[in-house]
Design a protein around this ligand. Structure first.
Ligand code: SF4
Length: 355
């Protein structure tokens, strides 16, 4: 597998450009064109000499991933299924999803949100998630995480990022941090515009808070009841919710940044008024937002999507108890491309290949 431009540290990239007959500053121009403007073809970088562009195109690919499938929904969200060559294993190429989510209002000049993955497969195995069904294959390398941002940037300007795709980010933190450093320093996203979502391993959250990372944190809770969380978030079995919340408090104390608690609403499972009341009690006195995410049904899933009314009742119960609660209807459902589904369909049935 040949190395890609984004895989090389800037100093090495300069050396490689020189080997190919270019100058050091040409490497800087190319890197900026890719990261800042999302150009994925040397032919588009007019400020490089033509002969160098041709040699680069032949010998130093910009990215190492290939796009194996793409689905878009009527609301203009675009989901990419990307394959990474280094991830080839007995279980097939390592594939992850990246989603480009434009602003709801097309006249809104602000950029889109990108949702990126951090692992091939996921070890957490939430029963309602298609990605967890395949288990963990491997961690993504930092340049593979970075490529997802670049592929999204190639679709349009981006101004927010959520690390909520496939995988548990805190289990691949070093690679993620290295990728985010580039995103922050060279792609121009602000620290407060990047949210990393975890299931909230208490020790890891505490250690992370000490490192003062340059992003916001979200913890997926999904239920206020310990026993139910053991089944909804199997990797956290036996970890009391109070410990997770205490780690979240520690994060807030150390970083001064408020947390978001994510809560996937599953019809008839965790969307009752009793759940809402208990959740409100857990949240009492905490400076945090609860983000409700009505479930996207997966084919063959035993879980269902709550009605609009059930979601409103749940949100209302939280708000009347003084808890700040927002609702995120996830997008892309129309294209049957909810979290993890594109990847599963490809693995099972062979999705349409886009060269
Ligand atoms: S919901 Fe997130 S943490 Fe759970 S299995 Fe899916 S990708 Fe992993």
């Amino acid at each position: 597998v040949s190395e890609s431009l984004l895989q090389l540290e800037p100093a090495l990239a300069q050396q490689r450009f020189q080997e190919l007959g270019g100058r050091g500053f040409h490497a800087r121009i190319a890197r900026a064109a890719v990261l800042e403007r999302g150009l994925l073809d040397y032919a588009q970088i007019g400020s490089l000499p033509r002969s160098l562009r041709e040699r680069l195109a032949a010998q130093l690919p910009i990215l190492c991933s290939s796009e194996v499938a793409r689905s878009s929904s009527p609301d203009r969200a675009i989901k990419l299924l990307l394959a990474f060559p280094s991830g080839r294993s007995e279980r097939g190429p390592g594939t992850v999803e990246t989603v480009f989510i434009p602003r709801r209002d097309p006249s809104d000049p602000r950029g889109a949100t990108v949702c990126v993955s951090t692992q091939v497969g996921c070890p957490v195995a939430c029963p309602f998630c298609a990605s967890g069904k395949l288990g963990l294959e491997r961690n993504l390398e930092s340049h593979e995480i970075l490529e997802q941002f670049v592929r999204a940037r190639a679709l349009g300007p981006i101004s927010r990022a959520v690390v909520m795709g496939i995988g548990e980010p805190l289990l691949n933190l070093d690679s993620l941090t290295r990728a985010l450093d580039v995103v922050l320093d060279e792609m121009g996203l602000g620290q407060r515009k990047i949210t990393v979502s975890t299931v909230g391993f208490p020790e890891r959250v505490r250690r992370l808070a000490e490192r003062r990372p340059r992003f916001q944190l979200a913890i997926s809770l999904h239920t206020p009841f310990d026993q139910q969380r053991d089944t909804l978030v199997p990797a956290m079995r036996g970890v009391p919710i109070e410990e997770v919340l205490a780690a979240g408090d520690h994060w807030f104390e150390r970083t001064g940044r408020e947390l978001t608690y994510e809560y996937v609403l599953l019809a008839g499972e965790n969307d009752s008024q009793e759940h809402a009341r208990s959740l409100a009690k857990r949240m009492a006195g905490r400076r945090a937002t609860v983000n409700l995410i009505p479930f996207n049904p997966v084919e063959g899933s035993p879980f269902g999507r709550p009605t609009v009314q059930a979601v409103a009742r749940f949100q209302g119960a939280l708000e009347s108890a003084g808890v700040v609660a927002t609702v995120r209807w996830s997008r892309g459902v129309e294209a049957q491309a909810a979290c993890g589904q594109l990847r599963l369909r490809s693995a099972d049935a062979g999705a349409a290949r886009i060269p």
